[in-house]
Structures are given as C-alpha cells and as structure tokens.
Design a protein around this ligand. Structure first.
Ligand SMILES: [Ca+2]
Ligand SMILES: [Ca+2]
Length: 292
C-alpha cells in the first residue's frame, strides 16, 4: 500500500515535472519495512573504557504512531557514537532529468520513547540525503517522550553538512550538488546517539509523517522577454521599460528571479540594462541562470 502511494506520487511528479508546474513531495506515514533501507554509516570509538558497542534496530510498528503505524528505532551503544542512515527506497531525485533543486522543505514527527535519564537524554533525528557515496544531513535533536513535529523550510545545499566520507573515508564534496548536472539524490533520515560513559545505553524512539518537498528550479528563458528564443533589441527595450518605467516583467513559475533580472543580482536596474545590451549587441555573456 505504502509503496503504491509513493510510486503514484513519484510518477505524478514525473508528469508534473515535464510541465515544471509544481513542487514534488515524498511522504511516508506508514513505514512498511520494504520501503526503507538502513545501515550504520559511521561509528566513533571513544576508546575510554574498552567497552565500545554500537548497534541499532529499525522496523515498522503498526500502532502508537502519530497516528497509527510508525518506524521504531533503537540504538544500543557504549563508549562511543553511532550514526545510522535510513533511506527511502522510492525517494530518489535525478537532477539531470528532474531538474535542479531551488529549495527543500522538510517535516517529521519524532518521539523519544525511552532511554537513560542522563546522559544522554536525547536522540538525533536529521533530514538525510545521499548523493554519490556521500551522506549529508540537516540537524534536529529530540528529548521529549511525546510526538514532536519539526519542520524546516527554504533549505538549500548550503544548509546541509557532510556527515562523513562513506564508511569513514573522507574526501567528498562538503555540500550536495543541487544543480541540474548533479548526480541522483536519495532522501531519508539519519539517527544518532553517543555516550562518554563505560556503561551500555539503549535509547528507544520513533519517527512518523516523514515528508520531503522539493521545489525545483527552472529558468528557461532569462532575458528573453519577447520569447523568440534569442536575446535581441526587443529584449533590451523590455528590460529598459522594467528598470525605468514600470514595464511588465515575466516571472517563470519555478524561477526565483524574473526574466529581466539578467545579472541575477538585486532588483532589475541599470546594471541589468547594461548587461543585456552587451549580450544583445557586443557578444557579452548570456543572462545569468539563477538556478544552482
Ligand atoms: Ca503514521
Ligand atoms: Ca539585477
């Protein structure tokens, strides 16, 4: 059931992207085990006691979520830290075919069901994406034994932190590539715990209503207000009107800037006029693409 819903969303999304009409949302509130893959992607051995331990479980529980089914996770750890990647098997975005990403919105409900009193009376649940062999996260921490919703909007590539090189090998890019030429991106969430003590700790928690919304970026014709496929005198005149006499600009629906803002800086002003004059008449560069 969950798989069908996700696939339906995905294919609807594909259809939508052809016309570049809308955001695309990956969502799961049921968490069938077959829809998710999970593994420990990194551990840190504090090596203080010789008792290092790191393992996890993750599976669907049909009741007790927010509401109904949710994904239940446990961490067992001692004298160190563990980092677990949970990837949704269907939440894959291929920028080459699906478009560059302008922004991401994220929402999740997390419940820290039980764990040691202190320390560490907390668990980390982060938005996760995997691109190439690298994992990137945006951080959240939970301490409450009730369902708590967290959201983040307007996330760009700069809002993500590289978790670790694959299995501890450093060297990948520090930020994900949201441009149209970037490698495919798979979304999920990341869970983490750590302890300084020599005892073994178990934390017990869950996630529900996991939701990633992708706002694609597409600026098909910057500078081409006359919509004839080239930058010419008509476009120069149009940008002059926008800059100086309140002329009509063109806003493409998935583009963060209007077509007249050919330098992709500030408002439409004399600098855009000078820029497009060079484009049209003296072999200047094409209008700046506002997409990443
Ligand atoms: Ca649910
Ligand atoms: Ca400008």
């Amino acid at each position: 059931m969950r798989t069908k819903i996700l696939l339906a969303l995905f294919f609807l999304a594909c259809g939508g992207r052809k016309t570049l009409a809308a955001d695309v949302t990956f969502v799961d509130s049921l968490f069938n085990d077959s829809d998710w893959s999970a593994q420990i992607v990194h551990t840190i051995n504090h090596n203080a006691c010789g008792t290092f331990h790191a393992e996890f479980t993750a599976f669907q529980v049909l009741t007790g979520g927010d509401p109904g089914a949710y994904r239940h996770v446990t961490h067992t750890f001692a004298d160190g830290e563990l980092f677990v990647a949970h990837l949704n098997n269907h939440a894959i975005w291929n920028p080459v075919t699906d478009g560059g990403i302008s922004q991401i919105l994220y929402s999740q409900d997390v419940n820290y069901l039980s764990g040691p009193g202190a320390p560490p009376f907390a668990v980390g649940y982060d938005l996760l994406l995997k691109q190439g062999s690298e994992y990137y996260i945006s951080l959240f921490t939970y301490t409450q034994d009730v369902w708590v919703n967290s959201q983040r909007s307007s996330l760009t590539a700069n809002d993500f932190t590289r978790l670790f090189g694959t299995f501890g090998i450093p060297g990948g890019p520090d930020k994900p590539d949201f441009s149209k030429s970037g490698p495919p991106i798979q979304f999920g969430f990341h869970t983490r715990n750590g302890a300084d003590g020599c005892n073994t700790y178990v934390t017990d928690h869950g996630i529900d209503n996991w939701q990633v919304t992708i706002h694609p970026c597409d600026c098909p014709r910057q500078g081409d207000l006359a919509q004839n496929g080239v930058i010419d005198v008509n476009d120069v005149l149009a940008v002059i009107k926008v800059a100086f006499i309140n002329g009509t600009d063109v806003q493409d629906p998935l583009c963060p800037k209007t077509r007249s803002n050919v330098n992709n800086l500030g408002p439409v002003d004399v600098n855009d006029v000078l820029y497009i004059i060079k484009t049209a008449f003296s072999n200047g560069p094409a209008p700046v693409n506002p997409c990443p």
